[in-house]
Design a protein around this ligand. Structure first.
Ligand SMILES: [Zn+2]
Length: 463
């Protein structure tokens, strides 16, 4: 067992002082806000003095041995969930703005990286990318994984070589992963895959299903599924995903990110992408619509009525010029909002949280659309639940012991209130000093090591 005294922590939806957390087997066994040194809550631990770094606890035999209590100064938050990631896009950061950075500049570069990756080089890149996520406070990632095969489209000897490389990379970086293995069959509404897209495409929906069903998870890994989009999956093939919806597995799909997708879907099928998914049994309580940017009133009602999730990726959506989705209206209709880093233009849960609110302000010309507590819940407990980790994302008894500690004395956070508003409206990933995942410290402030690993992995791909 280990125990930590959190100077301040967000517990049960509010910031509390002096929260004592006890951890065993990677889970919180006791959470005590307002811990008082004169009223020890645990017979095993002699409480620390409030003013000094606590001494080693006195163990009172015959109680079990207790590890030293350590005080974590600053504001400690639950672990964040990154609900939409394409790990390899990290290699594109800062490199897609040439010619002023059109969507096509970005896609050309993305395809160039996708063409070069091998399972080994992707393992290195993903390990570095996931390390950056952990250092930013993410303790779980939903990897929307669509790069499957050799450059000519032939499956590898292990047809899940890339997926296994990602699961291993997550283990190495110390982050939980939900691998969302993605069905991709067409370059657009029935057209055959071409060029690098052949690496994405399985022979058929059935071949995809067989490959996915051979994947297994573990304590740090879950397997979910995804349809790339209604562009890349013909309508008749969508039904292969319906059994996963019925089983309650995480099912993700890019949805109405750009207006063109809606227009093409209407032209091909006579309905919106959301309606097409609903008609094929793809909307359910464990379904996540990624982006959900350009929706009709009926689309919003369908997603809300199904109790689905919508993963917003504000820093990517602004980078790509997608638009601003109706997050507040989706929530009012019954959908839950989560947050993802998607293209890795930015990996920072604090920036994503405030962007959701700030985008709403721009679109609605009103302030206060999302509260700091709502944004924290979206980024932590809701995000985790959407990825199949309902037992993570809260500092609560029985939950996985994830802790993200923010320094409150940096140039950004100093004097900024020391509460949930500091976290959402002032802090940045660079202010994270300590990250625990499942009871293990995975980041202790050494951002230089994370940078070195990223430089090594990314630069090797562009040589
Ligand atoms: Zn995406």
């Amino acid at each position: 067992m280990s125990a930590y005294l959190l100077e301040r922590a967000w517990v049960d939806g509010r910031v509390r002082d002096r929260v004592l957390v006890e951890i065993e087997g990677g889970r919180f066994t006791r959470v005590t806000p307002d811990f008082s040194p004169v009223e020890p809550v645990s017979p095993m631990v002699k409480p620390p003095s409030p003013m000094v770094k606590p001494p080693s606890p006195v163990v009172e035999p015959p109680s079990p041995v207790v590890e030293p209590v350590e005080t974590l100064r600053g504001l400690t938050l639950p672990g964040f969930a990154n609900t939409h990631s394409h790990a390899f896009h990290r290699a594109l950061r800062g490199r897609t703005q040439t010619d002023r950075g059109t969507f096509w500049t970005w896609r050309e570069q993305m395809y160039a990286v996708a063409a070069r990756l091998t399972p080994d080089s992707y393992h290195e890149l993903a390990r570095a990318t996931y390390s950056e996520m952990v250092a930013a406070g993410f303790t779980a990632v939903g990897e929307f994984h669509y790069l499957h095969h050799a450059p000519d489209g032939t499956p590898y000897a292990d047809p899940n070589a890339f997926g296994q490389a990602l699961i291993a990379a997550a283990a190495d970086a110390g982050i939980r992963i939900t691998l969302l293995d993605t069905l991709y069959l067409s370059s657009g509404f029935g057209a055959a895959p071409e060029g690098v897209q052949r690496r994405y495409a399985d022979r058929s929906a059935e071949a995809w299903r067989e490959r996915v069903d051979a994947l297994t998870g573990g304590d740090h890994a879950r397997v979910g599924v995804a349809a790339h989009s209604v562009r890349a999956v013909p309508a008749e093939s969508l039904k292969v995903l319906a059994p996963y919806v019925d089983q309650g597995a995480p099912v993700h799909v890019h949805l109405s990110e750009q207006v063109q997708e809606n227009q093409d879907c209407l032209a091909s099928h006579g309905v919106t992408p959301t309606r097409l998914l609903a008609d094929h049994g793809i909307l359910g309580p464990m379904t996540t619509a990624v982006h959900a940017t350009h929706l009709t009133d009926e689309d919003i009602a369908l997603l809300g009525g199904a109790g689905s999730y919508a993963s917003f990726c504000p820093t990517t959506e602004r980078d790509l010029g997608d638009g601003i989705g109706p997050s507040r209206r989706l929530r009012a209709a019954g959908a839950a909002i989560t947050l993802g880093s998607d293209s890795q233009a930015v990996i920072d849960p604090f920036e994503e949280m405030r962007a959701l609110e700030l985008d709403e302000r721009l679109a609605s010309q009103q302030r206060g659309r999302w509260s700091a507590d709502e944004l924290l819940a979206a980024a932590t407990s809701m995000g985790h639940a959407s990825l199949g980790w309902a037992d993570a994302g809260e500092i609560a008894v029985g939950h996985r012991a994830d802790l993200v500690t923010l320094d409150l004395e940096t140039p950004r956070t100093a004097g900024a209130g020391r509460d949930e508003h500091t976290a959402v409206f002032a802090a940045a990933a660079a202010d994270v000093r300590r990250v625990m995942v499942d009871g293990v410290i995975r980041f202790d402030g050494d951002s230089g090591a994370v940078g070195a690993r990223l430089a090594h992995a990314v630069e090797a791909l562009w040589r």
